[in-house]
Design a binder for this molecule. Structure first.
Ligand SMILES: Cc1cc2nc3c(=O)[nH]c(=O)nc-3n(C[C@H](O)[C@H](O)[C@H](O)COP(=O)(O)OP(=O)(O)OC[C@H]3O[C@@H](n4cnc5c(N)ncnc54)[C@H](O)[C@@H]3O)c2cc1C
Length: 465
């Protein structure tokens, strides 16, 4: 029986193994499927820390229903009853600008009423249908794209915080095409964003779906009653003896027609043979693992950088806060020169993240904007986050709980040239039959993207067998 080894049990590795089991069984094919994880727990960045009745997300908050993949997986797993949709407050997002929190206008009329942007800035956005078209054969940065279509002020106050909220990145270095392929296509297909959004709205209403043009992300943010970790726990539980924790893969070598993995388990070195290998680790770890197999491949993988980010979870007695936290939270444009990137008001969006009468905020620190701040010792980071919350939201209360979660290399950055890196990786993989790469480092960082890419990877493998 052929052996398929998946390396890394984050969402990408767990889902790849899940879809492999399903696809192979549907096709009446047999294989031994093993999933090896260096850490003592599965889930990678998906982890929910439960303490004193608080449920603190280590990384992701949830997934959106604007793409169907997460919800389809939940249905397949039979865990829809454990889902927790976000409250309506999730649609109320704020941007901190000029010393005040401004509600992010959601609809065109609200946008023209809002004073988040100057009158000229709003007019410039209204001029979007007449903006110059995309440059030929250029991997345009998000910053250049936004300046060209929407103007500098929109870049500064809308696009920069959005890129910070998703990637903790810098729009002037990131690739529009790699980060937001749908927007890239929309502009080309409809010669503009407003035209494109209107056309999509018309298409949806023809299909009987009511939709508004919105500056916020579409769809509903979903999590689970017990936090996002529910998803990885269920996937891991289904794999039972196929999942091996605390096993780190050092490298993969070729042996005959197949491969051999060099492992380290409890300080012991072991070997494991495999016919097919899926490397579902971050790109920098994949570079190390595959370096002895193909140096050029490893170089391309190592060229994908990551931004560091720390999540500071602060729990409060709601009565002491002096702020109703009626919204999703806020993001801060870099021009404001604050020390935090923004904060999510978790218990407003998912009430059971905090016990009755308590509130939970998560403050984001670091990113490419301020990498050094993400690495501060916990006490300094918490003091800094508190002082920022005091200035920005008027929250001076003493938290009853404070925890920090440091992601040294937290979020992959799809920089200008990312597409070329992917092409080079594909070209090298063509010479390594049976080796597959799948993680958030390549074609989408959202949980939905990880689910889709895992499905596609498993489908390709099942077809090749
Ligand atoms: C702070 C933060 C907030 C986020 N918020 C959201 C959000 O709200 N919504 C959303 O959709 N997405 C969000 N994301 C993104 C999302 O969490 C990730 O894209 C996704 O979880 C990545 O999954 P993955 O499996 O590709 O990688 P990872 O989760 O990084 O998993 C990789 C796994 O490989 C293992 N590994 C590494 N090296 C080895 C080795 N040598 N041998 C064996 N195993 C190894 C690691 O231990 C890890 O478990 C957020 C990310 C962060 C950091």
């Amino acid at each position: 029986m052929p052996r398929i080894v998946v390396i890394g049990a984050g969402l990408s590795g767990l889902c790849t193994a899940h879809y492999l089991v399903r696809n192979l069984s549907d096709a009446g094919k047999e294989a031994e499927i093993l999933l090896l994880e260096a850490d003592g727990v599965p889930g990678g960045k998906m982890r929910t820390i439960r303490e004193d009745g608080f449920r603190m997300e280590w990384g992701p908050n949830g997934f959106l229903t604007n793409k169907p993949y997460g919800m389809e997986l939940v249905q397949e797993l039979g865990i829809s009853a454990r889902l927790a949709p976000s409250s309506d407050l999730a649609r109320k997002r704020f941007i901190f600008s000029g010393g005040t929190l401004h509600r992010l206008p959601e609809t065109p009329p609200a946008f023209f009423r809002s004073n988040l942007l100057s009158f000229q800035g709003r007019l410039r956005i209204a001029w979007e249908p007449f903006a110059p078209g995309p440059p030929e054969n250029v991997d345009e940065s998000l910053g250049d794209f936004a300046r060209r279509r929407l103007g500098s002020e929109a870049l500064e106050k809308l696009i920069d915080p959005m890129v910070t909220g998703i990637y903790a990145g810098d729009p002037d270095t990131m690739s529009l095409r790699a980060c937001f392929p749908l927007i890239y296509d929309l502009e080309r297909k409809y010669q503009g964003l407003v035209r494109g959004m209107l056309a999509l709205k018309r298409e949806r209403s023809r299909q009987g779906v009511r939709s508004e043009m919105s500056a916020g992300p579409g769809g509903v943010l979903m999590s689970f009653d017990e936090g996002v970790q529910t998803l990885s726990d269920v996937l891991a539980g289904n794999l039972s003896e196929g999942l091996h924790l605390s096993v780190s893969v050092e490298r993969v070598e070729r042996r005959g027609e197949g491969y051999v993995l060099l492992l380290s388990e409890d300080g012991q070195r072991e070997e494991m043979s495999a016919d097919i290998v899926v490397v579902a680790t971050p790109a920098y770890a994949a570079a190390r693992i595959l370096a002895s197999l193909d140096e050029a491949l490893a170089e391309s993988l190592a060229a994908i950088p990551y931004s560091p980010i720390t999540v500071a979870a602060l729990g409060y007695d709601a009565a002491t806060l002096g702020n109703p936290l009626d919204g999703f939270g806020f993001l801060i444009p870099r021009g404001e020169r604050r020390k935090i990137l923004g904060a999510l008001w978790d218990s407003s969006v998912f009430p059971n993240r905090a016990p009755e009468g308590k509130a939970l905020l998560r403050v984001m620190v670091g990113g490419v904007r301020a990498p050094g701040l993400a690495a501060l010792p916990e006490n300094e980071l918490v003091a800094m986050a508190r002082s920022e919350l005091r200035d920005i939201m008027g929250v001076g209360a003493e938290p009853i709980l404070a925890r920090t979660f440091f992601h040294d290399r937290g979020i992959p950055q799809y920089l200008v040239g990312h597409g070329k890196i992917l092409e080079r990786i594909e070209a090298r993989l063509a010479g390594l039959p049976g080796i597959h790469l799948n993680s958030n480092a390549y074609r989408g960082i959202a949980l939905n993207d990880c689910v889709l890419q895992s499905r596609l990877t498993a489908g390709r493998i099942a077809k090749s067998m």
